[in-house]
Design a binder for this molecule. Structure first.
Ligand code: 5RP
Length: 224
């Protein structure tokens, strides 16, 4: 199977997982990226059965609207029943690195509101130790140099993602050569640097379920 076929398979598996649990007023949180796009296209096949969605990026919101799926402002909903999103890396505890698409902050906000976070990914994303994928950090533009110096102090090699402005008007520093053996501590430490909006570690609130696309079919993983 190609990587695209694996993404399609996990997107369909996520739909199959949530479908029997949907109520007429269910709100679905939608992630960002190529795997989340596959899920949006799957969701379009049952759009009459859901109340609405909330989106973690302008890009996903537009794709949902193109399908005729309603998108709510997160401030107008009390509960997000499910949040479905991809990841750049996951470990066995379902702690993730996200933000390859620069949508990490809104992704983390929707995750915080969601009752259940279902991560969908192909098997290349499952790793023993997080950090081979450079950890994205969203930073207030005027703090860029200061935050970069602080990231160097904790052992990372931050690189400014040229030409990228997030949906929140901020910049991204990608942390290379930063092996993350203690994801919780790293998430908290980096978020404590003044000028950091958030970082792409999802360890404080990891995924609840990982649907992993493999050559042998879709595997369901829960946190160890
Ligand atoms: C966007 C993300 C994505 O979930 C992550 O980059 C994975 O993307 P893809 O499904 O295209 O591999 O965090 O900010």
């Amino acid at each position: 199977m190609t990587q695209d076929e694996l993404k399609q398979a996990v997107a369909q598996a996520a739909l199959d997982y949530i479908k029997p649990k949907l109520e007429t007023d269910s709100v679905i949180g939608i992630g960002t990226g190529s795997t989340a796009n596959c899920f949006i296209d799957c969701l379009a096949t049952i759009k009459g059965q859901i109340d609405a969605t909330v989106a973690s990026s302008e890009e996903s919101a537009q794709r949902l609207k193109n399908h005729g799926i309603p998108v709510y402002d997160l401030n107008t909903v009390d509960v997000v029943d499910f949040y479905i999103d991809g990841a750049d890396e996951s470990n066995r505890a379902l702690q993730l690195i996200k933000g390859g698409g620069a949508a990490l902050t809104r992704e983390k906000i929707v995750t915080a509101v969601a009752r259940e976070f279902i991560c969908i990914a192909d098997e290349s994303k499952l790793v023993h130790t997080l950090g081979n994928f450079p950890l994205p950090v969203e930073v207030i533009p005027m703090a860029r140099s200061y935050v970069a110096r602080e990231l160097v102090k904790i052992g990372a090699d931050p690189v400014y993602r040229e030409g990228v402005i997030t949906d929140n008007g901020n910049i991204i520093l990608d942390c290379y050569n930063y092996s993350i053996t203690q994801p919780l501590a790293s998430e908290q430490k980096i978020n404590g640097i003044t000028g950091v909006v958030t970082n792409g570690l999802f360890a404080i609130k990891p995924a609840d379920l990982l649907l992993l696309g493999t050559a042998q079919g879709v595997k369901t993983l829960r946190a160890d």
